[in-house]
Design a protein around this ligand. Structure first.
Ligand code: NDP
Length: 250
């Protein structure tokens, strides 16, 4: 799938964001990305790297201005950066709230607000990375689950407020093998047993790979998805398609 997008992908240093950067770059997009650390070694020379915290409005304004100067106005924004605070409401601190909501909610708001004036003028696409956790709750991840529900609702609002010039959709991944995935399974009493049990509940027979998400992002960014907007696309290997009732009881 070829593309002429000028794309910004938040959180491109590893995991799903890295796969999205690699896929869009391979498809011909001019790509910029960011993270809180140093430029990752894997990045091709012609991909722009900016060190930034998406929770900071000053940083996100700078990211968008610098990308415009180097590549041109952003036509595709992928809000991928995210963190997981694995706590219940009773255990979460004010700092946990600031981190979880700052990155997963405010980061998506900051970046979207920064690109929308130019996208409204030139046309553009926003793809937000939500989660099945914003629809069905993962244990001990209360603020994370709620932060992803925010992303899904914001997706619909951007689509209805800024269409037809801007299309906005969300991808809701299931369990994708990344550092965040490892953090999630580390919470289980027996992580290996939890993995085996989880795989047995996937009709696709395996966990997801970052490239599985990059593929649907590339499609949503393309003109083939021209009539798709304001929607949440679940890509979870079928995990949430099944009834939660235990099959062995029937
Ligand atoms: P990783 O932890 O592997 O990567 C997260 C990325 O976000 C890193 O590049 C990280 O870079 C960046 N990031 C985190 N905080 C910030 C910040 N404040 N500013 C800028 N960049 C930041 O996570 P995944 O690849 O697994 O997750 C990517 C997205 O997919 C997230 O939104 C996550 O919630 C979502 N998701 C993941 C699932 C999974 O199973 N893996 C399932 C469902 C959704 P750095 O730390 O260097 O800043």
């Amino acid at each position: 799938m070829t593309t002429t997008h000028i794309a910004f992908v938040t959180g491109g240093s590893r995991g799903i964001g890295r796969a999205i950067v690699e896929r869009l770059h391979a498809d011909g997009a001019r790509v910029a990305t960011c993270g809180r650390g140093d430029r990752p070694a894997y990045l091709p020379d012609d991909v722009v790297w900016e060190q930034a915290d998406v929770a900071s409005p000053g940083d996100t304004e700078r990211l968008v201005a610098r990308t415009r100067d180097l590549l041109g106005p952003i036509s595709l924004l992928v809000n991928n950066a995210g963190v997981l605070v694995a706590k219940t409401v009773a255990d979460a601190t004010d700092d946990d709230w600031d981190l979880q909501v700052g990155v997963n909610c405010r980061g998506v708001f900051n970046m979207s607000r920064a690109v929308l004036p130019e996208m409204t003028e030139h046309g553009g696409v926003i793809v937000n990375i939500g989660s099945i956790s914003g629809v069905v709750a993962d244990l001990s991840s209360a603020l994370y689950n709620a932060s992803k529900a925010f992303v899904h609702a914001l997706t619909r609002s951007i689509a209805i407020d800024h269409g037809p010039r801007v299309r906005c959709n969300a991808v809701l991944p299931g369990w994708i093998e990344t550092d965040m995935f490892d953090e999630g399974f580390a919470l289980a009493g027996d992580p290996e047993a939890a993995r085996r049990d989880a795989i047995s509940r996937h009709p696709a027979g395996r966990f997801g790979r970052p490239a599985d998400i990059a593929g649907i992002v590339a499609w949503l960014a393309s003109d083939e998805a021209a009539w798709a907007t304001g929607q949440c696309f679940t890509v979870d290997g079928g995990l949430t398609a099944a009834s939660p009732l235990r099959p062995e009881a029937f």
